[in-house]
Write a protein that binds this ligand. Sequence first.
Ligand SMILES: O=C(O)CCC(=O)C(=O)O
Ligand SMILES: [Fe+2]
Length: 531
Amino acid sequence: MRNCWLRSFGQLTGVPAAVQVTVAVQREVEAEAALLESGGEVEVRKLGLLQAGAGVPATGARKNLARQSQFEVVGASPSEEEAKTETKVSAAVEIVAVAVAAGVDGKGKKPHLQLNELDAKLLDDLRPAKDSADFFLCQLEASAARIQKADAFSAWELGVDLYCRYKPLHPELFENQRENLKRWLSPTFLTAATAEHPDFKDVLREEAPGVYSFEMFNLEFCNLLLEEIDHAQQTAREALDRPNGMNRYGVVLNQMGLEPLITILQQEYLMPLMTSLFPTESKGCEDHHCFIVRYRADEDVGLDMHEDDSDITLNACLGKEFTGATLSFCGLVTDEKHRKLQHTYTHEKGRAVIHLGRHRHGADNIESGERVNFILWSVSETYRNSQALSRGVIMEVVERRLDMYQRPVLDMARPIEEINSVPSVCLFLEGLPPYRQHQLFQNLLEVANEVHASLGRVDGQVPAIIFFVALQPSGAVPQVREMSAVTASPSLVILDVDGEKRYRLESDKDLDAAEIRGFVAAFREGKLQVR
Ligand SMILES: O=C(O)CCC(=O)C(=O)O
Ligand SMILES: [Fe+2]
């Protein structure tokens, strides 16, 4: 068995499960080939990303966290046995097996980063059952073909690159997070959050109705994270996304591989607090978007009043030295006086403020120095689904709008908000065999390109008809399916959320490019019946 060590990494934003696995396996296979060619004389470094995707059950307490783990394999001389390894099936299975053996049995060379319990559980889940391997591989191949052929997926690959390249400055932020957090959280908050009956009354300061603050991180953590962010910006700047359209100089922490840390922070320490302050909105708060904002005189100096695309927002100041840059609050967007200024909060290093995402707020201009804050947007699918009818399709929290606008077909799991206002062609393919998904995706792509060409599509602008594809029942897919009132796969629907209309293709024929083309053309000519 080759030496191998594991590291746990975070979630790739915007990358569906099967695609992540495929990229990993493709690279593994390439590296494998290089290793065999070299006769094992040259050490080959292989990087991969494992994810419990198709055919591999994603169980465990936190789907999000249990979804992936990244591992590195360093090859020594291949054995006879290994030299025979040719197929992707055995490569995929072998990779999993190597990871499991090294991680769970602790046999690997010294671990680069320690496995935490959930990683161990993940690897157990991934231990491939013989009969699922073929199906698993089939999914991988279909996704590989999609990646190679469809431009629509190219940006997702870029995300993978960042993961492979980023080398942390402070590994302790990426390993053994549960233990480390105990050292980094303020003792008062830690005690309150971990008590048998969590009680925050001595910890919280009510700043204004619905706005609370508390001491959260100690200085060691603030400084550690500040240094890691600087390091990421220096070494991987071009690959880091901006956190949202409003902050030009922030970074998305999940993208740097910090998702496991943030998830533990959210689920184990913040959840009791969120539950006690915001019982409705915190129910089912499983997802998060975590990012850094930065203000200084020569960059962004402040942020206009807005509401967040979160259900609950936590905003902790990491430093550095600054004056000004206070945070102003008005009311909840549903309040009559929601535009009236109600409170101005002064940030302190290590102190966090927590409020509902729909509580209007804005960052006042910085006067001198630099302010860097850690923002955690918690998202509750349970709460969002309960609000679905009044709010239209709910957005995933991660915005990659400009990228999205370039793509002919978008991922329905993470739609852009225009799905609520622009007619959207939605193709549901969840559960279909991979070759069929691939074929129909190609058909949709072909029609989307034709339609956009005929509409005179302008780069960077939302076209008059958007195309979405659903490959797995994740993210917004179940919700869009429900709104479309279809149960089968494939299903083709044109959804006009704003006009409260939907058009379903009902046909005896097998779906193909001609059918899709005809259906969209009929819609454009106003010939479709609402169904
Ligand atoms: O700068 C702050 O403290 C607030 C930032 C913020 O509201 C946001 O990024 O959504
Ligand atoms: Fe905000």
